[in-house]
Design a protein around this ligand. Sequence first.
Ligand code: AIR
Ligand code: ASP
Length: 286
Amino acid sequence: MARKTPLYEGKAKQLFEGPEPGTLIQHFKDDATAFNNKKKGTISGKGVLNNRISEFIMLRLEEIGVPTHFIRTLNMREQLIRAAEIIPIEVIVRNFSAGGFAERFGVEEGLPLPRPVIEFCLKSDSLGDPLISEDVIFAFDWADPMELDEIRVLAYRINDYLCGLFRGAGLQLVDFKMEFGRVFNEEGYEGIVLADEISPDSCRLWDTRTGEKLDKDRFRRDLGKVEEAYQEVARRLGVLSGEGEFSPIEEKAKKQPTSKPKTSTAGRASERKKAVKPPKPAPKKK
Ligand code: AIR
Ligand code: ASP
């Protein structure tokens, strides 16, 4: 079998060249880091579970009209995704105080927030993912005001939907992190998609009844039973298949993406405006 060409290695995932132009293979590793790489370890089986959980969530989001980078799952640890130009911002939505928010404002964890709070952080390990304002995003041209509006609308929508989805599984979505990217087709800039992953690595999930933490905080805070927590989330979402066996959940009926044109306006948000944005396609039939 031909070896895949690696393009990028992150802390928990690796990206390889995809089989068609405009696609990538996203590989989920068992590696875990916390506190911007200061703490390192492995969570056995995490990659397999996160691949599954993220697939399930991306498919559900597509069903409600949220554009995502997900195309289809390839195997236990890999999924085919659309190549996107990642906007270097971590978009965090919080429903309850916890983690960095609780620390920053000196409040206890678990306080319900009267409305969801969106925060933006710069994706930069060396700088410790600093919190940034909208003005900073525009000053560095990481995204333009229209894009950020779109991201906010998507973030609230995704949060609303996921709160309900997890609640049905007996889990409270305390907070989570998203990444967005720009996709291009032969006509130019196509739009923004939800990228990266949604999994217990990127969400805080507490058992609705007991408050037990079922996410990466078990690793960050040395709470033990880390693998079990990831398995429990997968089990409750109904995506845990039998012993090591793999069966794709579903295949997304999606038009195959095309590669980014050579004359791509990728890069600075201001340059991208020259690209003609095609009208939104009609809603997909289920
Ligand atoms: N997050 C932020 N950077 C990486 C990740 N995974 C997620 C955390 C948590 C939320 O963003 O998993 O769900 C807020 O993190 P914090 O540390 O700012 O409280
Ligand atoms: N993603 C960051 C890290 O891996 C923050 C975290 O998840 O704690 O260090």
